[in-house]
Design a binder for this molecule. Sequence first.
Ligand code: HEC
Length: 282
Amino acid sequence: MIRKLTLTAIATLGLMAGGAQASGTTAHVEDFQFSFEGPFGSYDQNQLQRGLKIFTEVCSACHGMKYLPFRSLGDETGPGLPEDQVRAYAANFEVTDAVTGEDRPATPADKFPANTGAGAPDLSLMAKGRAGFHGPIGLGINQIVKGMGGPEYIASLLSGYHETPECAPEGFPGYYNAVFAAGGFPEECKDEHGNHTVPGSWIGMTPPLSGEDVEFDDGHSNELHHEVQDVAAFLMWAAEPKMMQRKTAGLTGVIFLTVLAVLLYLTNKRIWAPVKYGRKDD
Ligand code: HEC
């Protein structure tokens, strides 16, 4: 029974991997190094503040973030904005009051508004939603093996725009992106077996960043390569604001269990000593 189950599991995995490959997603997702990786990693507060600025000035024109409350921006393990800045930031957004039904400036207790006008998906949970890349149909193997997940996908996607390949017919809708895997794909760019001849596909989002899109007060680099990492780190925090607390709790658990294991081992030895060595020690 177990063997049969194992065989079925292997066959299924094989089929799924084959399926993902047949769609031609040989897209290259870069393995960026983020400060929050590893068991001791933590968010870089300055980076989150830069990411927030990019989100505010660029992404929020089309994307909403409806699960993130403004007050989280004040979290010590998050962007850590002082209270008055959180309040001032929230007041830039309009929300519909749940009680009066009237529009009013947002307060820290409100969440970022939804934004569906441009047909763009909500970004609150995107970094977790895309953890198993490539794109939405990946298996997430890279996340387990290489520690690469949603932020790597987002940063690569934002820098994945390239010139439209020659095979594409004139006027094919969307923008060519070598990392995006879920969009439309012209027949002309498939070989006789239906395999894609170029990585990625066509995405409905105009290239949002091209470098030097925002200015940072501290003069930090606004090259494209840095901007994409900053906004990806910010989106990871938005999707997982309690990551640091979770890691601390996990570490405490491991230390506790290690001490407990040593004590249990010594207790066990002591209890069974009379039986094993035939002597009484009390
Ligand atoms: C002009 C409007 C617009 C702006 C500005 C914009 N986006 Fe988008 N974005 C879209 C649309 C539309 C889609 C859906 C594209 C599709 O599915 O083809 C999208 C999709 C996405 C996706 C999902 C890709 C996937 O795998 O499904 C991510 C991630 C994303 N955007 C991030 C960003 C970030 C980060 C910024 C800011 C730097 C940004 N976007 C700015 C319109 C925009």
